[in-house]
Design a protein. Sequence first.
Length: 340
Amino acid sequence: MNIRHYPHHKLRLFVSAMLLSCSTVAAQASELQLRFAWYMPPHTATAEQAELIAKNIKTLSHGQIDVQTYPSGSLFKASNIAKGIMNNTTNMGINALHWWSKYEPAFEFDTIPFLVPDAKSLLANLHGKLGQDINTILEKHGVRIIAWGFYGYAKSYINNHHAIIKPSDLKGLRIRSEGKLSALFLQSQGATPVAIDSSEVYTAIQRGALDGGVSGLSTIVSRKWYEVGKYVSAIHYVPLIYPVQVNLHWWNGLTPQQRSIISKAAQSSEKSAIQSIEHEYTQDIQTLKQAGNHVSVLKGAALKPWMATAGTLDRKNYLKETGATGKMLLQDINPSSIHG
């Protein structure tokens, strides 16, 4: 029947029903689309934290915030995600703090070994003056940290020549480095550091362009470096900071309620992130042993040569490179750390 022939009272009911239907669809549609990127592969603590945050946002917003995720470097690699957050190509991202060192050299402090005993202690610092000072610096680049996370315990070694028990065992090896301080330390021990993205290390070792690399056990396992490297030295130090960051201009444009939901979703993942990296470290050692790798777990007295070299040298080089800003951040952690 043509709508013009509807009785007036039925026509009013029809229009009202259509308007109600449209309003219901609009209410069910998301009010905000959020692009969220990270580069760590699946089954790592960072990836699990990111997935939990995305899930939390959806739950807390009752679907009103649509989180579009870009995992495993599908949008940005480690080397360029900082720029992607700055220009708002991704609204939110998880990125290693030390990858910001190209813009702020002082942000490489978290690669200095033995500054803190564990991630729990570091998180306490990040919820205090240290975190405030980091955000003040980062906001100059149009980015804000809304929650904290950790990659795990970095600076474990893998290579194809021999077990690395003491720093001098690095001599003569061509090793993938992890930042400027890592490169300076490798050079001090007679190794040749090579700056290369972690996603490219497997092929480089396989082809013989590298003898090995330095990173966390998480990367050695998740990126399967252990398939092309035999000897692994596992060291439980340096929990690298992988904060949850947002583009500041985009963030300020959200409603207070949206900011509250996203902040709560991100911050509620912090404690589980610490549990994840501790479990991951233990599990990765088991995985490497089961795969037939020669694994040296360095702890106790075995760490003293590393404290005397990497610990002291990295602090010295860091303060030389970063001046007053670097001194401030180390003092935020522990006033004695600038002398240790």
